[in-house]
Write a protein that binds this ligand. Sequence first.
Ligand code: GDP
Length: 364
Amino acid sequence: SLQCGIVGLPNVGKSTLFSALSSAKAEAANYPFCTIEPNVGVVEVPDERMQILEGLVNPQRMVPTIVEIVDIAGLVRGASKGQGLGNQFLANIREVDAIIHVVRCFADDNIVHVEGRVNPVSDKEIIDLELQLKDLDSIEKKFARVEKAARVGDAKAKVELEIITRVKNALLHGKSVRAVGLTEDEKAAIADLQLLTIKPVIYVANVDESAIINGNEYVDQLKAAVAEENAEVIVLCAAIESEIAEMEDPEERAVFLEEYGLKESGLNRLIRASYHILNLITYFTAGVKEVRAWTIQRGWKAPQAAGVIHTDFEKGFIRAEVIKLSDYEKYKTEAACRDAGKISVEGKEYVVQDGDIMHFRFNV
Ligand code: GDP
């Protein structure tokens, strides 16, 4: 499943955020394929459409879709040269699909700042620099070989060399690869480099509780600094989030959020944002035993989407029956949808849409 890695300098609130996410954790038995390790939390993706389906279908159980959050502690200045847990840390980042970069945007004299003062932009740059240096290493290793192949006329190598050169120049100018604006094809051409700064990022501005709603000057500085990366900045207070996450009673939680003027928790916003930057969508399966949400990449066709449930569904795919959630809400039952002609029968070429309620037919 989808993995997001939390990074950031020491003492910025990573562990606080991670433990908040982990206490909102999912029923492990529902997700047997997930990694079980102390630094990995399994978090359900909040989705209002699940409650709508629950009301309509009244199933025995509800299974939301999930993201895995990995706490990647240990990055310090010099990590790319093996300082601290440098290399292990960077290997961990290679595995994740997206990066959650926590930046300290609160002043608190009692909490030591590793660099001596609160400065979110330079904090972010320290982390970026380590990742960029590592990417330059990866490129350096490959550059000579590609250059040579291009010189003797290898067409593929020529294309690659052009892309790598552009990427290298950006890195040398202190930019992350994600800011280069590569096309999907260009990204695919250099995928084997497994670059770190090409991964999508969400910045978490960790603020004091007084700044949750309107932010503060640190947040403004951070937002200005990342504008070019087209990245999302989520403003939250990790300490408050961990209090919210511990509340089991939804009503108590709602009252608490309201007191802070919040519509929903920062964690919910964060999880949804990670879902969006990765271009993921959800489809549902809905039966009396179980209503369940499934994560796929936008653009996937029906057989590939079915494969998320089971590889047999993909191999033996015959057709899919699709109901739109709006039709389900209007007609209330699957049978009524059928009578109204609101179940469409789709073949192998059908591109699954966000919110589709799917029923797959397959050969075993
Ligand atoms: P990490 O080293 O990045 O994992 O940081 P921690 O989560 O351990 O947090 C470092 C310290 O900052 C702890 O004492 C936290 O209680 C404190 N802290 C975390 N978030 C906030 C916050 O939003 N405001 C304030 N004032 N302190 C925070």
